[in-house]
Design a protein around this ligand. Structure first.
Ligand SMILES: Nc1ncnc2c1ncn2[C@@H]1O[C@H](COP(=O)(O)OP(=O)(O)O)[C@@H](O)[C@H]1O
Ligand SMILES: [Mg+2]
Length: 263
């Protein structure tokens, strides 16, 4: 996926000010940035839900012109249709992606996907309002992996969850992604959580203040192997963590200084 000179504005408010980013197939990119800098806007453009003012997004060399089944999306909290059971939320997506499957096959596949995210068969008939936040996001992940898109776009999917649930869902997404050794999905994951990005990402990018550009990139090698319990014993990781926090905050400090407000 290639993002080229991407600019976007809502009416006259310039949000994205020329984004260039090359995302390798199979990468797990975490996009960091302050609240309001345009992360969700960029994700919506990647999803094809908004159109660039100028510049373009290419997937396999073709410009993105709208939503497509090759790009799945998981949002923070409004991803499931509230009027459908968890199971139907998955089977309706499967029907769109795999029209030749029978209803029984779709149900079977949805149940397998639910089991994979540790939701038992009784969740199939529950409505999103009957599920906890963590269970809803498990269901959204089951649906996203169920339609098996080569590109998965995730917008702060765990931001509303408690720390323990968040950690478990991070493990789950990593497992599902790593399991596909033959052809890993490209994951584009928006977060404002530096620790989440450090743990999950093969590549980290920071979006600056709007009109925003990519102001920093870090690529871990393909052999990145961090464990949650030991990662902060590695001085390089600690240094990187400090750098990321400093870079995210630096622009704000500079902006305040420029406005005579001090930091
Ligand atoms: N639909 C919209 N119409 C007008 N302005 C919007 C809209 N959505 C977001 N914005 C504005 O665009 C900026 C970037 O928002 P967003 O992409 O949601 O940031 P982030 O996800 O990084 O917090 C914010 O100033 C926000 O108020
Ligand atoms: Mg956002």
């Amino acid at each position: 996926m290639t993002i080229e000179k991407l600019c976007f504005a809502y009416d006259t408010a310039q949000i994205l000010g020329g984004i260039d980013l090359e995302v390798e197939a199979g990468a797990f990119v975490c996009l960091l940035g302050q609240s309001g800098c345009g992360k969700s806007t960029l994700l919506r453009l990647l999803a094809g839900l908004e159109k660039p003012r100028t510049g373009q997004i290419l997937v396999d060399g073709e410009p993105v012109t709208g939503p497509g089944l090759e790009r799945g999306v998981v949002f923070q909290d409004y991803g499931l249709f509230p009027w459908m059971s968890a199971g139907d939320n998955i089977t309706i997506a499967l029907k769109q992606k795999f029209p030749s499957l029978s209803a029984a096959e779709r149900r079977e596949k949805a149940l397998r996907r639910l089991a994979e995210v540790e939701l038992d068969a009784t969740s199939f008939d529950k409505f999103p309002r009957e599920l906890s936040g963590g269970m809803r996001q498990r269901c959204a992940i089951a649906r996203a992996f169920g339609i098996d898109p080569p590109i998965l776009l995730m917008d702060e999917p765990f931001a509303a969850l408690d720390a323990v649930t968040r950690a478990r869902l991070q493990e789950l997404v990593l497992d599902l992604w790593q399991k596909e050794t033959a052809r890993r999905k490209t994951i584009f994951f928006v977060t404002h959580d530096v620790d989440e990005a450090l743990y999950l990402a093969t590549d980290i990018a920071i979006l600056g203040q709007s009109p925003s550009k990519i102001i920093y990139r870090h690529a871990f090698g393909r052999d990145k192997q961090l464990t949650r319990s030991t990662m902060y014993k590695d001085p390089q990781i600690v240094e990187l963590r400090n750098d990321l926090i400093r870079i995210i905050n630096e622009e704000i400090i500079q902006l305040k200084a420029a406005n005579g407000q001090g930091a």
